[in-house]
Structure formats: C-alpha cells, structure tokens
Design a binder for this molecule. Structure first.
Ligand SMILES: [Fe+2]
Ligand SMILES: [Fe+2]
Length: 321
C-alpha cells in the first residue's frame, strides 16, 4: 500500500526522500529554505496549486499508479506553466550544460593529437539530438498548449483533439540512451576518463528527467485535457474560465494589467498608466489570479513570458525576473 505525499507532509522530507523533486520545485517557482514547513504551507506561501504540485511529486516518486490517483486534481493552466518551464530548463540549461562538459571531456582526451573523428561524431550526434528535443518542445508549446488554452477559454477546435497528440507523442529520451550506450561501450577515454564519467552521470539524470517528463504529459496532462474536452462536449458553457468577451483566457485589459504588474508597478501606478481606477486594477488582478489559478508574481511572470505578454528582454532591462 503506497503512502502518498500529502499537504501535511514536510517539504524537507520530500526532498530527502526523492532528490529529483528539487528540479520539480524549481519549475513550480519554489525556492529552498523550506524549514520545517509542510507542503501545504509552502505551496500557499508561493501561491502554487497544492493538488497539482502533489500530483507531479507523487507521480515522480511513485509512477503510473499515482497518475491514476491524481489526474483529476490538476489545474491545467498551472500544469502548462510547469511543462513550459521544464522545456526551457532542458533546452536553455540542462542539455547545453551537458554539451559543454561533453566537449570539454572529449577535447581533453584528444589534446595534442587533434580532435578525433569519433569525438566529432559524438558531438554531431548530440547536436542532432538537441535539435529533436527543440522540435518536440516547440510543437508542444506552439500547437498543443495553444489548443488547450483555447479549450480553457471555452472554444473547442473541430480539427484537433488531445487524442491526436497522445497518439503521436514520442519519447525524447531514446537517442540520449543511444549516446550513453555508444560512449559506455565503444568510446575509449584517455586522460579525461573522470570528466567523461561525470558527463555520463549527467546524461543518466537527464535521460530519467526527460523520460518522466514525457510520462507526465501522457499520464497526467493528457487525461486532464481529455476530461476537459468531455466536459465541454457535454456542456459548451463549461468551463467558467471564459472571459466575458469569450475571446481568450485573459481579456486584453487583463493582459495590460498583467504586463504592468510583472514589470513591478504598484496598483496605483498601473491605474495611472492605464487611466483606470485602483479598484478596477484590483478587480482585474483578482480575475487574473482566479482564471489562471496562479497566485504569485513569479508564477504570473512566467505565464506572461511564455504567453508573449511581456518579453524576457523587457524584464531584464528592468532587472526583474
Ligand atoms: Fe514536453
Ligand atoms: Fe513531450
């Protein structure tokens, strides 16, 4: 009998029990320094939807059985933010970091003798792999999540359904397994054996992370979206995330307020800039939080960036992230 993590579990116990949850916390925007607090307290403090956090954490720890148990409890908008953050992490941090170490290990091995043909082929193989991951995640960001955001706004596409994605969704860790096997079985390291071992260990971790990520999409995200589709088919007025205009998850005015908010403006400053009252700003803020189910400014910032409401460079210029 599995004892799942609950809102009453201590966050530090979760991390010690399953260290890979550290990456997950990061993607939810939860920093370290958790003290003796429970999952429920920490989620409330960082305005993270606790059932979604627990669904992902229990899935990472306990696998498919946990997916069946928690799929109906996830908040789809928060889940999309989480998955987009994971995509950024893979492409902007984890895979480039492995590439740098891999090149360093291989080049150290060939010092003085020129880079061997095998080393070149390994880097080429890795670059092709990164290209595959980019195409895979770009498709999810631009097509699949866009489709789901339309659903959340109450609009059902007639030419796409989540089943199409589920049927064609492929594993993205397979090629990484191949690379790992090539290095383990056929690459003879020279002086940089230790460095290469470190890279191999990183590849093992990355492969497991990517595998779990794909499973999360198949076993938690797809069922949650399928349930939303069924709900919409039964009652097209559901869900109540539809804006009064019925145009988008957020109305254009709410997007304006959100853009100013994540740029660090106060309610008063937003009101002055947009020529509306402070009360109206507060109402927009409440509606934004209710519709997205994202409560923290850091979470809203991520949402605003990934949905093109603000540009990352804009925040960098203002020194806000
Ligand atoms: Fe993905
Ligand atoms: Fe995927």
């Amino acid at each position: 009998m599995v004892t799942y993590y609950t809102e009453k579990s201590k966050m530090s116990d979760l991390i010690c029990d399953e260290p890979s949850l550290l990456q997950m916390m990061c993607r939810f925007g939860i920093p370290l320094g958790v003290g003796e607090s429970t999952v429920g307290d920490i989620c409330a403090r960082h305005q993270v939807h606790a059932p979604t956090f627990l669904a992902v954490a229990n899935f990472i720890k306990y696998g498919t059985e946990a997916a069946d148990h928690f799929a109906s409890e996830v908040s789809i908008p928060q889940f999309i933010v989480y998955l987009k953050q994971a995509h950024s992490y893979f492409l902007d941090f984890q895979l480039p970091a492995i590439r740098r170490k891999l090149i360093e290990a291989i080049l150290s091995d060939n010092e003085g003798a020129g880079v061997s043909e095998v080393a070149n082929l390994i880097v080429k193989f890795y670059d092709e792999y990164m290209g595959e991951v980019r195409r895979h995640t770009d498709n999810e960001n631009s097509s699949v999540f866009a489709y789901v955001e339309e659903l959340l706004a109450g609009r059902r596409s007639s030419d796409f359904e989540i089943e199409h994605f589920a049927r064609s969704h492929s594993a993205i860790d397979t090629k990484l397994q191949e690379l790992k096997n090539i290095i383990i079985k056929y690459y003879t390291p020279g002086d940089a054996a230790e460095l290469l071992n470190i890279v191999l260990y990183d590849i093992f971790i990355c492969e497991r992370d990517l595998h779990k990520h794909c499973q999360l999409e198949d076993l938690l995200f797809v069922p949650a979206v399928r349930a939303l589709e069924e709900k919409l088919d039964l009652d097209p007025s559901v869900p109540d995330l539809t804006t009064p205009e019925g145009e988008d998850i957020l109305s254009s005015r709410e997007k304006d307020v959100l853009a100013e908010l994540v740029c660090g403006l106060s309610n008063k400053e937003i009101a002055d800039k947009l020529f509306i009252s402070v009360n109206t700003v507060q109402t927009h803020r409440k509606n934004i939080v209710r519709k997205l189910d994202i409560h923290s400014v850091s979470g809203l910032t991520i949402y605003a960036i990934v949905n093109g409401i603000v540009q990352l460079e804009q925040l960098n210029r203002l020194n806000i992230k």
